[in-house]
Structures are given as C-alpha cells and as structure tokens.
Design a protein around this ligand. Structure first.
Ligand code: BTN
Length: 339
C-alpha cells in the first residue's frame, strides 16, 4: 500500500522528503505520489509541500485511519489488512457479514464510532466518537471449536501488553503496573474497566467458519455517564494525557500475532499461561463465582474461593471454600470480592 509507505517515510524523516526520493524508493510516478499525498491530507494529515524541497509531515495528532495504522505495523503484524470506517453499527457485526460473503481472513476493521456496539451477554457497548478504540479481527483458525475461547484470552494478553507499553513510554510507570486482566478477558486498571473483548464464532460440526474478536478500549474519554463512571475508566482519566490510538492498535496487533501463533502451535494456553497469570488481577485473590447472569442470580447462590490462575484450556482454577476442592471455572462470571 503506497499511501502507508509514503506516510511511514514522512514519519521517519526529520525533515523534508523529496519527490525524487519517494519515486526512487517506491518505484512510482510523481503524479502517483501527489495523489497519495492529497489523499493523506484528506484523511487529516497536516503535510506541507515546498517547491524544491518536497514534503514534510507537520502533525498527525488524533488521526485514525488505515494508512496510519498500516504504516506502523511491524513484525508478524504485517499480515493484517486494515480497513477503517468513520462510523458503523458494530465492527464485529460488519466483519461477520464479511466472513460470510468473502474468504477474507486476517482482516482488521477499525471504526472511530459505533452506533450499536455489542458487549458480552447481549449487552450494548458504549461507543462514542473520537476517543476510543473499536477494532475487530477476522480469523479462520484450524482448531477445535472448543478452544476458541482461548483466543479471547490471547487478545486480552495482547491488549494488556500494548497498554502497558504505551503507559511506560509516556512515563506512567505506576499506572502501567496497575493494569491487568480480569479473567477471562476484561482489562482493568485498579478497580475500573478499561477494555472489553467480545469473541464471536460460527462452526459446522468440528470445522470453524470464522472467528471475530472485537476489542473496545477507553483511551481518550474525558467523561462517562453517571451509570458508567463508577465502573469504567480511560487512559486519559488515569493520566490526564491523550494517547495515540493508532500506535496502540499497531502494538496490539503485533503482540496479538505473536501470541496467536504460539497458541495455534500448541492449540492451547500451554506456553502462554504463565504470562497470562502474571497479568491476572484475580490471581491469589478471593473471588465470587456466579453461576449464571450476574443480574439474575440469588445472592446466596454466589460461591467463594481463591483464584489460582488458568489451566491450559483457559479455565480459571479456583480453590472453592465450600467444597474444599479446586474447580475449573469455564462459564459464568468471576468478580473480585471487595475487602
Ligand atoms: C464487553 O466488555 O462486554 C465486550 C465489549 C466488546 C466491544 C467491542 S468494540 C469493537 C467490537 N465491536 C463490537 O460491537 N463489540 C466489540
């Protein structure tokens, strides 16, 4: 993608990049360069052009787009094809449609805004414009459908790694230390939720047609409704600083590709479980195990235990107080008891 390559060259240069250098490096005409530069300007990039000198990138703050993200992809993440749309009902829903109508895979759909973002258990996911990350990845793994739940855990590890990296890079080392995974796949900072992940799949007997993993992260959100503010937070709210969504997405994809390949090779969390547990905020904590939908259960059906960590299938191992046995928690929700 020439547009992404031009952007990468502009970003990596301290000064002007001449038309001649672009032509030589990319083997395209001056007219093609001019067209791509104009398209970048339309996306919001502040690019100055000076006769005899070439082009210089003055600012790319707050921009979200396919070229910007593609220009940042490194390592194993170059396998992903990035598509961007300003507003959509839900990136998960759109990729599921793509999955049925094309044979695309490793496609990543990113939106600046969702009009009906999906959460787990049929809930909706609050998706305002210009501040958060909404991204979905279309995969076609050749694994047992029973192992698909591990992909959500793999995504949680990738998000956790990328967010820690961003916070550390900006000097927020204490905030980075407070980030962790709430089993199975929420990312929390302290006592509040920063990110949710929703994996949806379709299969025919033991053959997986598609897996779509959607990730929603509160990045530069300044306010939440009264209902949300006691349970949700954003990177901005934790640091008073805006973060570059494009770099975070690129870092997530790089980490996701690495972890995903390890998971595919093992077809389990065998090689990843130590790393996962290192980031698990429930580990060694007292947890409440709910049998079904949290809202629907009777308070006395809640059971208590101490979480140990995950097993190779991604189940949470909990030493239950009532049965005095270690149980594998597969479905249901686990929440940390406030002490
Ligand atoms: C949850 O916490 O309940 C899961 C939330 C998942 C939200 C993401 S945002 C991108 C993708 N598109 C959706 O409609 N949902 C997921």
């Amino acid at each position: 993608m020439n547009k992404a390559k031009i952007l990468r060259m502009l970003k990596n240069s301290d000064g002007f990049v001449s038309g001649e250098i672009f032509c030589k490096e990319l083997n395209i005409s001056r007219q093609a360069i001019w067209k791509n530069i104009n398209s970048l300007k339309k996306d919001g990039y502040d690019i100055e052009s000076v006769k005899g000198k070439g082009y210089i990138l003055r600012s790319d703050e707050g921009i979200l787009g396919s070229a910007g993200i593609t220009s940042l992809l490194e390592g194993k993440a170059i396998r992903y094809r990035i598509e961007y749309t300003e507003s959509i009902d839900s990136t998960n829903k759109a990729l599921i449609k793509k999955a049925y109508t094309t044979d695309a895979e490793n496609m990543v759909l990113i939106a600046d805004h969702q009009t009906s973002g999906l959460g787990r258990r049929g809930r909706s996911f609050y998706s305002p414009a210009k501040e958060s990350i909404y991204m979905s990845i279309l995969l076609r793994p050749k694994i047992d459908p029973g192992s698909v739940s591990c992909i959500t855990l793999v995504a949680a590890m990738a998000v956790c790694k990328a967010l820690k990296k961003s916070l550390n890079k900006s000097g927020y080392k204490e905030a980075a230390k407070r980030i962790g995974i709430k089993w199975p796949n929420d990312i929390w900072i302290g006592e509040k939720k920063l990110c949710g992940i929703l994996t949806q799949m379709s299969c025919e007997s033991d053959y997986i047609t598609y897996v779509v993993t959607g990730i929603g992260i509160n990045v530069n959100n300044k306010v939440f409704s009264d209902e949300l503010k006691s349970i949700a937070t954003s990177l901005f709210m934790e640091t008073n600083q805006n973060f570059d969504r494009q770099s975070i997405i690129a870092d997530i994809l790089e980490a996701f590709a690495e972890y995903y390949d390890i998971f595919l090779a093992d077809k389990s969390m065998k090689s990843l479980m130590v790393d996962y547990d290192d980031n698990l905020i429930n580990k060694s904590k007292e947890v409440l195990v709910y049998g079904g939908l949290v809202e629907e259960i009777e308070p006395d059906s809640v059971r208590r235990g101490k979480a140990r960590g995950i097993d190779i299938d991604g189940a949470l191992l909990v030493d239950m107080y009532d049965t005095k046995k270690t149980e594998r928690i597969i479905a249901g929700e686990v929440s940390i008891r406030n002490t």
